[in-house]
Design a protein around this ligand. Structure first.
Ligand code: IMP
Length: 195
């Protein structure tokens, strides 16, 4: 079976990809290839970061590889937090601070101007070629938190194509069916299955 590395430390994302691709590919984690260092991720775009992480693995470990990067892009904040989504509040992966900052900056923004989208870029490096896949979901930033599921900015993001619930009020399967990451992964899987 062909081996491919998913350059992530997120066990949940890894398991999801293994379930989808397990019959065709052996999806290796960073731990599986003994990569325990921090992979650089300092480019100004989500595509750049996804490419940087995948290239790092190919150069240092020699595997075909893919990597993802996601940003929440809010129109009223000129596309911020974007590539800074994970540490927008100043501390990496502190979602409560990140949300507090967004709500504070948007305190005076009326509902019709609270449009935003999540965007995921996946970079696949395979057989010497690079392939980029993008997934996107449109929505609105609410004025307060709703729901306790999900992670990150889910409790303030209301997807347009839903029934008014935020991502944090949906079951994981419901979110995955319309989410930025779900859509980018679907494109990756479609590409790999057609090989
Ligand atoms: P990553 O590139 O997947 O690590 O995502 C970067 C940051 O974007 C995360 O730390 C979260 O704050 C945010 N984020 C990514 N995906 C989601 C999501 O599905 N819901 C809410 N926030 C997300």
């Amino acid at each position: 079976m062909k081996q491919i590395v998913f350059a992530t430390n997120n066990a949940h994302k890894l398991e999801e990809l293994r379930q989808i691709m397990g019959e065709r590919f052996e999806v290796l984690s960073l731990a599986d290839i003994n990569c325990h260092e921090d992979i650089p991720e300092d480019k100004p775009t989500i595509e750049g970061n996804a490419r940087q992480k995948a290239e790092y693995i190919r150069e240092h470990y020699g595997y075909d590889c893919f990597s993802d990067d996601t940003g929440l892009e809010i129109d009223a904040l000129d596309g911020e937090p974007g590539v800074h989504s994970a540490r927008y509040g100043g501390v990496a992966h502190d979602s409560e601070r990140n949300i507090d900052k967004v709500l504070r900056l948007m305190a005076d923004v009326p509902m019709e101007q609270r449009t935003a989208h999540f965007r995921t870029a996946i970079c696949l490096l395979m057989d010497g070629e690079e392939h980029l896949f993008e997934g996107r979901v449109e929505g609105r930033i609410l004025t307060e938190r709703h729901g306790t599921g999900g992670f990150g900015y889910d409790s303030i993001f209301q997807p347009l194509e839903g029934d008014g619930r935020t991502f944090a009020q949906m079951q994981p399967e419901e979110k995955n069916a319309i989410s930025h990451r779900g859509r980018a992964v679907a494109k990756l899987v479609q590409f790999l299955q057609a090989l």
